[in-house]
Design a protein around this ligand. Sequence first.
Ligand SMILES: C[C@@]1(CC(=O)O)c2cc3[nH]c(cc4nc(cc5[nH]c(cc(n2)[C@H]1CCC(=O)O)[C@@](C)(CC(=O)O)[C@@H]5CCC(=O)O)C(CC(=O)O)=C4CCC(=O)O)c(CCC(=O)O)c3CC(=O)O
Ligand SMILES: NC(=O)C1=CN([C@@H]2O[C@H](COP(=O)(O)OP(=O)(O)OC[C@H]3O[C@@H](n4cnc5c(N)ncnc54)[C@H](O)[C@@H]3O)[C@@H](O)[C@H]2O)C=CC1
Length: 214
Amino acid sequence: MPDFPIMLNLRTRNVIIIGGGGVALRRAKSLLEAEATVTVVAPNVTPELAALPIELHQRNYQCSDLHGMFLVVIATNDPKVNEMVHQDARAEDILVNRADSPEQSDFIVPAVAQVGPVTLAVSTSGASASAAAQIRDQLETHLDRDWSPLLTLASKYRHMLQSTINDPKARIKRIKELTNADAVRVFKEQGAQAYQAFCQSLMPDTNEDDQQDS
Ligand SMILES: C[C@@]1(CC(=O)O)c2cc3[nH]c(cc4nc(cc5[nH]c(cc(n2)[C@H]1CCC(=O)O)[C@@](C)(CC(=O)O)[C@@H]5CCC(=O)O)C(CC(=O)O)=C4CCC(=O)O)c(CCC(=O)O)c3CC(=O)O
Ligand SMILES: NC(=O)C1=CN([C@@H]2O[C@H](COP(=O)(O)OP(=O)(O)OC[C@H]3O[C@@H](n4cnc5c(N)ncnc54)[C@H](O)[C@@H]3O)[C@@H](O)[C@H]2O)C=CC1
């Protein structure tokens, strides 16, 4: 059965990482990028991790560490500790990511590439982490670089259409035109300015048909 892929908004959420090695460092960096409030608990912590803007408890895990947490990353090198933290987290209904066990995790951390507003995320369902990274690299290499600047512009016009065309059918038809094959062709062949003019021509006030649309 496949997992359910989601993009989690962790801004202002409390998350805790149990463990302070290489895996914990990777998780801390990406959690901080997502603007989560990050606590780390581990007796030994890499200097690079200790230097990050985290709340650090340099000691062994204790059950009370989980109070008030939305999510826990379990990344110690001791399977027994990992299991204990997991049981505690279950009892408190906290979302769990276990670095040593994709089968038991509530969610898997995929291999990620961020290209402007586009996120590529690849999971092999735990079959091979290094293969996930390879597939991510392949996809990133083939991603059309025009999407990033095009989407940054399109998003603005999409919001304008959302606030000006009331009829859902007409609105969605027009929104799709912002990023369809013709729109992409304008961006590619004539550049960002021509694309903006194209988007502008889809706005209700510059298009007479929209009297019926809205
Ligand atoms: C379940 C998961 C963890 C989770 O969900 O938290 C998991 C689990 C495990 N990884 C292991 C090993 C390695 N992991 C990496 C690297 C990465 N691992 C990542 C994700 C995930 N790894 C999740 C599944 C993703 C999926 O579904 O495909 C990446 C993509 C993202 C990230 O971690 O940041 C990141 C690439 C970063 C990048 O390049 O961007 C390397 C390569 C390296 O280190 O160079 C190796 C060694 C080579 C190999 O084994 O492939 C082991 C065995 C440990 C052992 O044998 O001792 C386990 C445990 C197990 O599989 O049982
Ligand atoms: N998801 C992934 O990409 C990978 C996952 N793994 C798995 O993740 C585990 C962690 O990997 P690394 O970060 O490389 O390990 P590491 O050996 O660098 O770090 C282990 C950390 O666990 C801490 N720790 C040990 N006992 C603890 C306790 N009672 N309470 C709190 N912290 C404790 C140690 O102080 C240390 O900071 C590995 O054992 C392996 O099972 C390993 C490689 C890649």
